[in-house]
Design a protein around this ligand. Structure first.
Ligand code: ZN
Length: 216
């Protein structure tokens, strides 16, 4: 089933409902600042896919050029962007959630810093190679989901986002999330493609959430 787009308060939203039952999935990009400039071209392309089961919602750019408030802070979820995000989650109740961000070159060391958990209380991101980073979502937001849900953040390197190879790599990753109906199948596929990186990302997740949640 293909996606249909509509405009909602200046925010584009694509939705597809397949006849076959399956999980609901939400893909959101451009959560703050100008990140939407980098995430929208990728998510617009993801919305060209056809899904065979369940439902999927794609928001290529949650906000256009908004103030930058980090998603780890409570403040974000009181901002217009954050409230819009919470509303989407409340409305669609996705069991698969992918958050797409874009970062500057100078933020790389901070995002992948092994001491990040000690410094700011959340695990660092893992580089898939080429500067595409994966990790868990903000703990504040994770509480809005159940333990069975799958929630992941991807960070796209802004300075490489024009590269077709980078865009395709991110898309390939997101398409696995879009196409698979079970979280275990998503994880299997990710592990097969990126064994070393996934092992690291899963370890970091376990260290943070202990036995309370399984990655991601
Ligand atoms: Zn961001």
């Amino acid at each position: 089933m293909s996606f249909e787009g509509r405009e909602d308060y200046g925010m584009k939203l694509y939705r597809s409902i397949a006849p076959e039952k399956g999980p609901t999935k939400l893909f959101v990009g451009g959560l703050h600042g100008n990140e939407g400039l980098y995430t929208a071209p990728i998510l617009e392309r993801l919305a060209q896919a056809d899904i065979s089961a369940g439902e999927a919602i794609i928001v290529p750019r949650l906000v256009k050029n908004s103030k930058y408030i980090g998603v780890l802070s409570e403040e974000y979820y009181r901002s217009e962007a954050g409230m819009r995000l919470l509303q989407l989650i409340q409305e669609y109740k996705p069991s698969f959630y992918f958050e797409l961000h874009a970062y500057e070159k100078q933020s790389y060391s901070r995002l992948t810093d092994p001491e990040r958990v000690k410094k700011i209380g959340v695990p660092h991101f893992v580089d898939l190679g080429d500067g595409i980073l994966i990790g868990s979502i903000a703990p504040i937001l994770r509480r809005k989901f159940t333990e069975h849900d799958f929630c992941m953040t991807l960070e796209v390197p802004k300075w490489k986002s024009e590269s077709e190879a980078i865009k395709e790599k991110v898309l390939e990753f997101l398409r696995i999330g879009l196409m698979k109906s079970q979280r275990e199948m998503v994880m299997l596929e990710f592990r097969m493609r990126y064994p070393v990186q996934l092992k690291m990302a899963e370890e970091l997740f376990h260290q943070y959430y202990r036995k309370r949640l399984k990655p991601f």
